[in-house]
Ligand binder design. Structure first.
Ligand code: C5P
Length: 404
């Protein structure tokens, strides 16, 4: 009884799949962490596991049918939706994913999901062919881009069919660990100082024009937010972006690469971890015109000079700080990533092929491979930037604990 979830309310949604029985173990583990747990079952889930089982283990009444329960439960979906610190749908069937994706709210579970402002974590489990179905995959991708959280199913022998494939519910322990990371007090970066660069830089041409790129800042901001949640103190040095600033981050706004370089070098010494996510312009104008350049001849030549490489400069002085970089690539991903990892003296480089659908600038998802100093590679599937952030921080936490 470690109380890591004490004071937290977890609403567990159980759908009708063979893995529903594993949700009993999830609830039991959540109780051991002292969470308040409420279970909502779909009509078909009740055919797999008796509500009484969940009621006994959670210590709370189990809701399934919106209308046949005592009258006061007609508003239960609102009260549970408000009460929840997180909703966890395990197992999540193709059916519930499809319903939520389409905005259908026709039973207690789908209505509560629709009504909540808490994070919703879907843990899909289904036959592997269903999981691979293009509609299901599209729904997952859409829900992911809307901010719903997902765990990947495990690959293995499927209980019902005796077939091998991807679609098994992850182990209850893994599900609970994920919940702990989302809302628990498992602050594995407590006391650590993290500096993140994010967004594009703007290199002025004249008083009204600049050179920049399509970086939205979403990836860097997601990392800053996730690190704060894990207990880190975060300095976020950001180029101009139009997304909300993470609460509790110390935000430093800059425009040019030189300003970003200065801001980073004023602060890097106090840090434990340096994460360079900004898409820094490699070149700037040699001369910035004091007055707006007037339209004149058929062509105009701008002379550009090289900007400082912030990550590379940090690599030279980083000491035992952990340095993480990003690499947006259009070709030779692995070769370029490893080259950058070594030349900039990084500990991890997160490389993405920006030509792939669902990866790179502006999107809510990313497809990333993590190349580590020790030569190992972590290949992540397409996931929300928030989840990519968690995966990168997991690797950083591992390195931090090895350094102890
Ligand atoms: O060499 P490239 O620009 O592709 O390297 C990408 C990595 O280096 C990213 O982590 C980016 O934030 C960082 N970088 C930097 N300063 C630059 C250029 C890139 O910190 N001037």
């Amino acid at each position: 009884m470690d109380g890591l979830l004490e004071g937290k309310c977890v609403v567990v949604g159980v759908c009708g799949g063979i893995a529903a029985y594993k949700a009993v173990d999830v609830v039991s583990r959540l109780k051991k962490h002292k969470a308040e747990v409420h279970v909502i079952m779909t009509e078909s889930a009740v055919k797999f596991v008796a509500p009484l089982t969940f009621q006994s283990i959670s210590g709370n009444p189990v809701t399934s049918d919106m209308f046949s329960e005592p009258k006061k439960w007609n508003v239960e979906h609102i009260s549970l939706a408000r009460k929840a610190d997180i909703m966890v749908i395990a197992p999540a069937t193709a059916n519930i994913l499809g319903k939520v994706c389409a905005g259908i709210a026709d039973d207690m579970l789908s209505t509560t999901i629709m009504a909540t402002n808490a994070p919703v974590l879907f843990v899909p489990a289904m036959n592997h062919a269903m999981y691979e179905n293009a509609i299901v995959q599209q729904n997952i991708s859409k829900l992911g881009s809307l901010g719903y959280l997902f765990m990947e199913p495990d690959t293995g022998l499927m209980a019902a069919e005796g077939e091998y494939g991807k679609g098994r519910l992850p182990e209850p322990q893994a599900i609970v660990e994920r919940i702990l990371r989302e809302v628990g007090r498992a602050k594995d970066m407590e006391g650590k100082r993290v500096l993140v660069t994010a967004g594009p830089t703007r290199e002025p041409i004249d008083p009204v024009r600049f050179i920049s790129n399509h970086s939205s800042g979403k990836m860097g901001y997601a990392i800053a937010e996730a690190a704060i949640k894990r207990g880190a103190r975060v300095d976020l040095i950001t180029g101009p972006v139009s997304i909300p600033k993470p609460q509790l981050a110390n935000v430093i706004n800059v425009n040019t690469a030189e300003e970003m370089h200065k801001a980073v070098f004023e602060r890097y010494q106090q840090q434990d971890v340096l994460i360079m996510v900004a898409a820094v312009a490699d070149y700037r104008c040699k001369n910035i015109e004091g007055r707006k350049i007037k339209k004149a001849g058929e062509s105009l030549t701008l002379e550009l000079v090289k900007n400082p490489d912030i990550a590379a400069d940090l690599g030279k002085v980083k000491g035992d700080r952990i340095l993480v970089g990003f690499g947006a690539e259009t070709h030779d991903l692995e070769k370029n990533a490893v080259l950058k990892l070594n030349s900039k003296n990084m500990d991890i480089i997160a490389a993405n092929d920006v030509t792939q659908d669902g990866a790179g600038f502006g999107t809510d998802t990313n497809i990333v491979k993590l190349f580590k100093r020790d030569g190992s590679v972590v290949e992540l599937p397409k996931m929300s930037k928030r989840e990519v952030a968690e995966s990168i921080l997991n690797e950083i936490v591992k390195i931090l604990s090895e350094k102890k």
